[in-house]
Design a binder for this molecule. Structure first.
Ligand code: SF4
Length: 446
């Protein structure tokens, strides 16, 4: 039975959405650890429940509301329980959430995570219901650096917010304007993580290529500094904006071998008219030229993308332009979504909003085509040897290991030798599926 020390409380934390939210959840846990909270997977035994939410799409937001409903009964049975909402839905809805859910105690946005200990203290003392959604134009380093590293992989936020205001996107409203952390603070955090055993690092930002505006180093310079930290063996970064990705960054992969051979470069559409309406700042052929350059220079590089289908006014021909781009560039993987109007965004009031059936049918066609391409791309690796970092046991078979290649493929393989999470080992790829590979560890001398 779990032994809880006196004065220690339990928090149940559920995270929705992107890796930025995953990283925020790590920070939430870091601040809570400081006031003696430990994590539990059982909401029924928690003293504090937090949902860290995503509002990037309508579907994601609805998921949050149904999750929140599950905790109503718990709160009614235990009035001392504190229930809070964090993340983008919290930022977007603020005070309205307290009205919508009378059993909710706390609503706090991404800029207010570091205030959590004070907010919890105030709620416990005064039984207050609080909303903390103020946004600040600068980053106070005390907001970061409390992430507790566990395991071989970690995420590090290098910046916050976005200034691009793409027509469909709520992020600049929920996460605020773009601001970069100081490079020295980032390097200190990376060094601490490396000392704790982290070997693979992912640098996070909404638009990493514009890191450093007004700061001491550019993004490629930051990557060089991070890659030099002792103990770090692989460096990834997301998300790159196609309009801002520089030649300096593209050529850095040749010089800096710790950079993972994977570029996530969201294209969103293959139609120039739609791209213009979206406010993306590039054409389909400019985008394709960058992908082709990457593939020509680094044939082993995996390029993945995001696509939105059914943007307002998208015609069948324009959707076909996206399909043509997909077939021409043969991405290793695509994260595809149906357009859904988001509050505050320009596109929500555009004419030509498409019916759900049209958007859903297009999404299905695109995903079917991509499934085949992903499989073909994975089949190209069969017979090759790849280096993976062992991430743990395979999701489908606990007797097997699961590892990740530099090009971001998952490889499952049986292994009874002495390896474990965090080890880098070589695996021979034997089979391919659309979303993973299978392999075996070559016997010594073979
Ligand atoms: S670049 Fe565009 S899509 Fe990406 S976060 Fe900024 S506004 Fe949203």
């Amino acid at each position: 039975m779990e032994q809880i020390k006196e004065g220690v409380k339990k928090v149940f934390l559920e995270t929705f959405g992107c890796q930025m939210n995953e990283n925020d959840s790590e920070r939430i846990l870091g601040f809570l650890k400081d006031i003696r909270y430990i994590r539990t997977n059982e909401p029924s035994s928690a003293d504090l429940i937090i949902l860290n939410t995503c509002s990037i799409r309508d579907k994601a937001e609805q998921k949050v509301y149904s999750a929140l409903g599950r905790f109503r009964e718990l709160k009614e049975g235990r009035p001392g329980l504190i229930v809070g909402i964090a993340g983008c839905v919290a930022q977007q809805e603020g005070q309205k959430l307290l009205k919508r859910a009378p059993y909710l105690d706390l609503v706090f946005g991404p800029h207010n995570i570091h205030r959590l200990p004070d907010l919890i203290g105030e709620i416990s003392e005064k039984r207050a219901r609080l909303v903390a959604v103020e946004q600040s134009a600068s980053i106070d380093e005390n907001e970061y650096g409390l992430v507790s590293a566990s395991g071989e992989k970690a995420f590090v936020s290098i910046m916050r917010g976005c200034d691009n205001f793409c027509a469909y996107c709520i992020v600049p409203y929920t996460r605020g304007r773009e601001v970069s952390r100081e490079s020295g603070d980032i390097i200190d955090e990376v060094a601490r993580l490396a000392e704790g055993g982290v070997k693979e690092l992912t640098l996070l930002g909404q638009n990493v290529n514009s890191y450093g505006a007004g700061s001491d180093v550019s993004f490629p310079e930051l990557l060089r500094l991070v890659a030099r930290v002792d103990g770090i063996r692989r460096v990834r970064f997301i998300t790159s904006h196609p309009k801002d990705i520089s030649e300096e960054l593209i050529y850095l992969f040749a010089e800096e071998l710790k950079l993972a051979r994977h570029m996530h470069l969201p294209v969103q559409s293959g139609s120039d008219r739609v791209l213009k309406e979206m406010g993306r700042g590039y054409t389909a052929s400019e985008y394709a030229a960058k992908v082709k350059l990457l593939k020509r220079l680094y044939p082993e590089m995996a390029v993945t993308t995001d696509i939105i289908v059914g943007f307002p006014g998208e015609t069948e021909d324009e959707f076909e332009e996206t399909m043509a781009l997909l077939r021409a560039l043969r991405f290793e993987n695509v994260f595809s979504f149906m357009y859904s109007p988001r509050p505050l965004t320009r596109a929500a009031s555009f004419e030509g909003q498409l019916p759900l059936e049209v958007r859903s049918e297009r999404l299905q066609r695109l995903q079917e085509a991509q499934r085949e391409i992903s499989l073909e791309r994975n089949l190209e690796l069969v017979g090759r040897r790849v280096e993976v970092i062992v991430e743990g046991t395979s999701k489908s078979d606990e007797s097997e290991f699961s590892g990740r290649t530099s090009c971001n493929r998952i490889v499952n393989f049986p292994f009874d030798g002495a390896a474990g999470p965090g080890d880098f080992i070589e695996v021979a790829v034997t089979e391919a599926y659309p979303n993973s590979l299978r392999g075996e560890v070559p016997q010594q001398g073979k």
